[in-house]
Design a protein around this ligand. Structure first.
Ligand code: GLY
Length: 368
């Protein structure tokens, strides 16, 4: 459980949040805690593969140094962003592991943004049908979303995340020190997922952003940490209840149905958080136009996302493309479109097969 920040917890302390159930593990939030990765691995591990992006080469070497007294540590430098999530890159990691005689009692550490932890998770899930995995996300998006919940995967020519596995790590280390080097635009884009957690689950996040925008977006600030912890806590509770996305976990797709279609239409040149930001406003309009959601809550979406410099509009005239893309999304069931919408803040629900005229009306509301 998250302690109330008003209790004055010293910044240096580590917060432990937990995923419970059959796939239980801890998610730690703190400073410098990445160097505690070895404590999560247990006594049997002999070899460790650190999978990292090029920008983290020096930090990965430092992490390796901290582990070499106990383990044989190998590094796998993978491409940045989505270019990492290819079968050739997984094969490159498998080759390193094969050549180093990795056994089932060895381990993988995913160190980087969401693409790195997705790929590392997939490699850990598939090597000898599964070896230990520690995730060390280094972006806001990775900390509050990608590295938590056990979704791992790679892309194919036909689409994103079409191949993968649900695979739980033995632990996740959210080391706030790793955010130091993150460009502000990346912090803000990742923050869209924090705001999403505010709308679907934890309204305190929204109050904190409105009360203290600078603190909320400054990785050194206790308010930032509080919001990140609330978002992680939300995700941990949701995946504890529904690891394989059979029910509750679907609420995490708030803003994502249209968001994914925008990302695809924009050939992944838009940041994920920017697309989800527009997607959340669209979902809010959908709920408002169908008489579920009060105007004030829709306005609150626009004002909070705008204050974070996230986009809330999308060019008119692209509806047919977006609609066709949403229908092809792997989460569309039997060609039926499903949207997570709100009845109120923290009251998400599923809207199934909305009337096409309603969808188009919501699109017109976000048109630029
Ligand atoms: N990113 C959504 C999920 O993990 O289910």
């Amino acid at each position: 459980m998250i302690q109330d920040s008003a209790a004055g917890e010293p910044e240096s302390e580590t917060t432990l949040l937990e995923v419970s159930g059959a796939n239980a593990y801890g998610i730690r939030v703190g400073r410098g805690i990445r160097f505690g990765a070895g404590e999560l691995l247990g006594p049997d591990v002999r070899r460790v593969l650190i999978v990292h992006q090029p920008t983290l080469a020096a930090a990965a070497a430092e992490l390796r140094e901290s582990l070499t007294d106990r383990y044989e540590v190998l590094l796998a430098e993978i491409p940045d962003a989505e270019a990492a999530k290819r079968v050739e890159v997984a094969a490159f990691c498998w080759q390193i592991m094969g050549q180093a005689d990795f056994t089932r009692s060895d381990a993988v550490i995913g160190f980087g943004g969401g693409a790195a932890t997705d790929l590392a998770g997939f490699v850990a899930a598939t090597w000898l049908r599964g070896v230990k995995l520690v995730q060390i996300p280094t972006t806001v998006l990775g900390m509050v979303d990608a590295a938590i919940g056990g979704k791992t995967g790679i892309n194919t020519a036909e689409g994103k995340n079409l191949v993968g596995a649900f695979y739980a790590p033995v632990g996740v280390l959210c080391d706030l020190d790793t955010l130091e080097a993150l460009p502000r635009n990346d912090v803000l884009a990742g923050y869209a997922e924090v705001v999403k957690a505010g709308f679907i689950w934890a309204p305190e996040i929204l109050d904190n952003v409105e009360r203290d925008l600078d603190g909320s977006t400054d990785p050194h600030s206790p308010v930032f940490r509080r919001n990140v912890e609330l978002a992680i806590d939300m995700k941990a509770k949701v995946v504890s209840e529904d690891f394989r996305e059979a029910g509750l976990r679907e609420i995490l797709n708030y803003g994502h149905t249209l968001g994914h279609a925008i990302e695809h239409t924009e050939r992944y040149q838009w940041r994920h958080g920017a697309a989800v930001s527009v997607g959340m406003v669209f979902a809010a309009e959908l709920a408002r136009l169908s008489g579920r959601l009060h105007d004030d809550v829709v306005d609150r979406h626009r004002s909070i996302l705008t204050s974070l410099t996230l986009p809330i509009t999308y060019p008119a005239g692209r509806w047919e493309t977006l609609l066709a893309t949403m229908r092809r999304d792997k989460k569309t069931r039997g060609n039926t479109l499903r949207f997570i919408v709100l009845d109120d803040i923290a009251r998400p629900t599923i809207m199934q097969a909305p009337d096409p005229s309603l969808l188009f009306a919501a699109y017109q509301e976000i048109g630029s």
